[in-house]
Design a protein around this ligand. Structure first.
Ligand code: BG6
Ligand code: MG
Length: 219
């Protein structure tokens, strides 16, 4: 089996934007007197903006009209955009640039498969954009992870088959989406949390792409 493509989630895999999402959701929660915890924020990783708000309202026991929800979604995103406006290449997670370099040199094609509607701006600010042959983000899909749409569209854009793709994800919903898409999965984070992934690494630091991507020998 020859793998041809690597598909990357953005938030928590290439850059750590979770802290900015957390700040913005926390601030929004305070508008209606709710204090969002770090544990709850964990459960929002990989989850779309709309679904994140639904979960927070449920936790807070807060009812809201559709108009109110729209207003809050805009408010949260405006705050988030302000927070990420200062991002730069120093916020690329450890080992990521080197790993991208390695896979590019080995001939893999590379796509982004992210739920975020702000992916493009983050890739530009961090200068990661140069590595990508295709970008599929929250603006390109109708169904969010764990639906496989984002990764299937990524494979299509790269002109490869799903079984030729390897997905890198830090969220359970993302691993589930990649499995449904029929792709190989590498979890970034805790192996107890990402137990459905084919392999799990704590980060890209000191990772040899050649060794990591030899599935046929180890899985
Ligand atoms: C995911 C994040 O990548 O994107 C989630 O893990 C976030 O926390 C989702 O809610 C949507 O992001 P955005 O930028 O469109 O609000
Ligand atoms: Mg993620």
């Amino acid at each position: 089996m020859k793998y041809k493509a690597c598909l990357f989630d953005l938030d928590g895999v290439l850059v750590d934007t979770a802290i900015y999402h957390f700040k913005a959701w926390q601030q929004l929660g305070l508008n209606f007197g709710y204090q969002l915890s770090e544990e709850q924020n964990e459960q929002l990783k990989g989850v779309s903006r709309v679904e994140s708000l639904e979960r927070i309202l449920k936790w807070a026991g807060k009812e809201a009209t559709e108009d109110q929800k729209k207003k809050w979604l805009i408010e949260k995103n405006e705050h988030y955009l302000e927070l990420i406006s200062h991002m730069n290449p120093s916020e690329i997670l450890p080992g990521v640039s080197d790993f991208l370099h390695q896979i590019k040199n080995s001939g893999y094609v590379i796509a982004l498969g992210s739920a975020s509607k702000n992916a493009q701006i983050i890739l530009e600010k961090t200068e990661l954009i140069k590595w990508f042959d295709a970008i599929i983000d929250g603006n390109s899909v109708e169904k969010s992870k764990p639906n496989p749409e984002v990764f299937l569209k990524g494979a299509e854009a790269l002109n490869v088959k799903p079984e030729e793709c390897i997905v890198f994800e830090d969220a359970q919903a993302g691993i589930e989406a990649a499995i449904k898409a029929g792709m190989k999965t590498i979890g970034i984070g805790d192996e107890h949390v990402l137990d459905q992934a084919d392999k799990v690494i704590p980060s890209f630091l000191n990772i040899s792409a050649e060794k990591l991507l030899k599935f046929q020998e180890t899985v």
